[in-house]
Design a protein around this ligand. Structure first.
Ligand code: ARG
Length: 462
């Protein structure tokens, strides 16, 4: 960072800011990413100032010209960011004044950095949310495409990580589709509270100039203006809310990751993840490690931590703006960046999954996954459920002792556990029979899962 002359803040100060303090308090290194939004907001503010007769038309023309040039300089990497100028706002304003003179000095009329920064962050986050929605959709499509090919691929469904009942791989995948659907709804709802204009609140109490806040809101595409100036400059709820949404999305992807890692373990061997998402070991030549899902799981810790950071940042702040709020940006940016990258890589990774139906099937054959089906069969023949449960438990015990599956027991043997058993019993003891019988909305029957996938695709397109 270059240093300008070591100026004091203003006539109010008798000595310049300590060098260390300057570095401690500066935010330009991380808030410069707000520059495009800062410029956008300044253009709208200046347009309103001119429309209200607060600045001259010539001033507006000069401000526009200057800001467009600054935008270009930043795009081309020619803008010199100065640590001495603390943050993105002062850097841009200072350059504007250097470019267009007094008009640049008039831009800050009726505005404070307090309402300015709140506006910039809202514009930034609104944009980020819109991009994230695309990322979520893309991953949802990847899941749908994979699920559509595995409506009849049977795997063991687990509870307590022990074999419970057979499900289709498609049905299992569609559970993640549902989570992502809620995630998309959640950030869409969060966007409503992001999309409010704080500008006009000025430092905290409003401004004495005859401003038109609604005009600025409209120019910037906000749904409305914030209705209390103190709240406008101190509210960071929308950031906390977004960060909570981000933590939940990452948590979903972390659970998915954990499953991918388990499924890739040779003991299960349900899937393979494409080599381009894995790495080897520097010492063990045989290794192929699922680094991407492991890192998704790991990065979830950081994103969850960002939520806690922000809640802690706010918990003791009196109204209105406090410099503490400068600390809102790094956790927010980190959550946005991590989530954006994770969604992209996850979508590609899901497209690169190889499914091994035979391994899934043989795992579903172990663990008496159709025991509930046998109990339900007996209930349908008139046995009370608790008695059926006990009869099947004894049958499972016998099968276990004889190292065979329920479907491998003879009809006579099965009849010993309940005289209600007849030769139609074998159809419910198959994995296919088990799946097909769960034939209601939300069930794993192939035709239900197929309908769920069709509906999901329609919802995404609609
Ligand atoms: N860099 C500051 C922030 O991020 C901008 C607002 C500063 N306002 C102030 N009164 N010092 O919050």
């Amino acid at each position: 960072m270059t240093t300008q002359d070591n100026k004091t803040w203003s006539g109010r100060f008798s000595e310049p800011v300590d060098e260390l303090v300057k570095r401690y308090t500066a935010s330009v290194e991380f808030d410069k990413r707000l520059a495009p939004f800062d410029i956008q907001a300044s253009l709208a503010h200046a347009t309103m100032l001119e429309a209200c007769g607060i600045i001259a038309t010539q001033d507006l023309t000069d401000i526009r010209r200057g800001l467009m040039q600054i935008k270009q300089e930043i795009l081309e990497g020619k803008f010199s960011w100065l640590l001495d100028l603390e943050d993105v706002h002062l850097n841009i304003e200072n350059r504007l004044t250097a470019l267009v003179g007094d008009a640049g000095k008039r831009l800050h009329t009726g505005r404070s950095r307090n309402d300015q920064v709140a506006t910039d962050v809202r514009l930034y986050l609104r944009h980020a949310i819109d991009e994230l929605q695309e990322g979520i959709r893309d991953l949802q499509y990847s899941i749908l495409d994979l699920a559509a090919r595995h409506i009849r691929t049977i795997m063991p469904g687990y509870t307590h990580l022990q074999v419970a009942q057979p499900v289709s791989f498609a049905h299992h995948l569609m559970a993640y589709f549902e989570m992502l659907k809620r995630d998309a709804e959640r950030i869409a709802d969060c966007r409503k509270r992001v999309n409010r204009l704080p500008l006009g609140a000025a430092a905290l109490a409003g401004t004495s100039y005859p401003i038109k806040r609604e005009m600025v809101a409209e120019l910037l595409g906000f749904d409305g203006v914030s209705e209390n100036s103190l709240d406008a400059v101190s509210d960071r709820d929308f950031i906390i809310e977004f960060t909570a949404c981000a933590a939940l999305i990452m948590t979903h992807l972390s659970r998915f990751s954990e499953e991918l890692i388990l499924w890739m373990n040779p003991r299960l061997g349900f899937i393979d993840i494409a080599d381009r998402f894995c790495t080897g070991s520097s010492i063990m030549p045989q290794k192929k490690n699922p680094d991407v899902p492991e890192l998704v799981r790991g990065k979830t810790g950081r994103v969850n931590g960002n939520l806690v950071s922000l809640l802690t940042l706010m918990k003791s702040q009196p109204l209105a703006y406090n410099k503490d709020n400068q600390e809102d940006k790094e956790p927010l940016f980190d959550s946005v960046d991590t989530l954006t990258q994770t969604l992209r890589i996850f979508s590609d990774m899901v497209r690169g999954i190889t499914v091994k139906p035979d391994a899934m099937r043989s795992a579903a054959m172990q663990g008496y996954a159709t025991a509930t089906d046998l109990a339900d069969y007996l209930v349908k023949k008139g046995l009370p459920f608790r008695d059926a449960h006990e009869a099947v438990a004894l049958a499972v015990r016998f099968a276990e002792q004889n190292s065979c599956d329920l479907s491998e027991l003879t009809l006579e043997k099965l009849k010993e556990f309940s005289p209600l058993v007849a030769d139609d019993v074998y159809s419910v003891l198959t994995l296919e029979g088990s799946l097909a019988s769960r034939d209601h909305i939300g069930g794993t029957a192939p035709r239900q899962v197929e309908a769920a996938i069709t509906k999901a695709r329609k919802d995404l397109e609609g």
